[in-house]
Write a protein that binds this ligand. Structure first.
Ligand SMILES: C[S@@+](CC[C@H](N)C(=O)[O-])C[C@H]1O[C@@H](n2cnc3c(N)ncnc32)[C@H](O)[C@@H]1O
Length: 161
């Protein structure tokens, strides 16, 4: 049960208002595929499913993974919940990647996201800025950072909320 704290961050659910902000700023469209890295109890996945997305959740803690699966069951083939370590999975094909993890995990994810995501994919981080990347959109109040692959090295283009 202590493992998650060392490999990405301990469980703490995202608040409903922050989830809403993250999904709005991601500009998630029905039919797009969203990955939540460290899916916890699945509440974020459900919010994305209710907006018509397909989702893939990755969760390392077996108890949270089980709860997450139960929560997503009613969405059938639009939801996939993987028990495992996000660093061992390929994120290719994701339109949106979301996470609420430790700063160390966000730092570690940077090169993986850079390598595996396609241009135009959005990376939405709850509270953890990605070092060296410039966000395209920010919700300063809720500390939500959105990066668009292909734009994240640009000097200008910051939109506040
Ligand atoms: C702060 S919680 C966020 C839960 C959910 N995304 C939300 O926003 O409500 C972080 C979750 O990431 C999981 N986690 C930590 N490291 C992980 C890893 N390397 N691979 C998969 N899951 C991980 C933890 O078990 C925990 O449930």
């Amino acid at each position: 049960m202590l493992l998650p704290a060392f490999v990405g961050g301990a469980w703490s659910p995202t608040k409903a208002a922050v989830m809403h902000s993250m999904l709005e700023l991601a500009r998630l469209q029905p039919g797009e595929t969203l990955w939540d890295l460290g899916a916890g109890d699945g509440r974020f996945l459900v919010a994305a499913l209710e907006r018509g997305a397909k989702v893939v959740g990755v969760e390392i803690d077996p108890i949270r993974w089980f709860i997450c699966r139960l929560r997503c069951r009613r969405f059938k083939d639009r939801a996939q919940v993987i028990r495992g370590n996000m660093f061992h999975l390929s994120l290719e094909g994701a339109d949106v990647v979301t996470f609420y993890l430790s700063q160390a995990a966000a730092d570690r994810l940077r090169d993986k996201l850079e390598r595996e995501l396609k241009d135009g994919a959005r990376v939405v981080s709850n509270r953890r800025p990605i070092p060296g990347w410039r966000p395209s959109r920010i919700d300063a109040k809720n500390q939500v950072y959105v990066y668009v692959i292909g734009e994240h090295h640009l000097e200008e283009g910051l939109e506040g909320v």
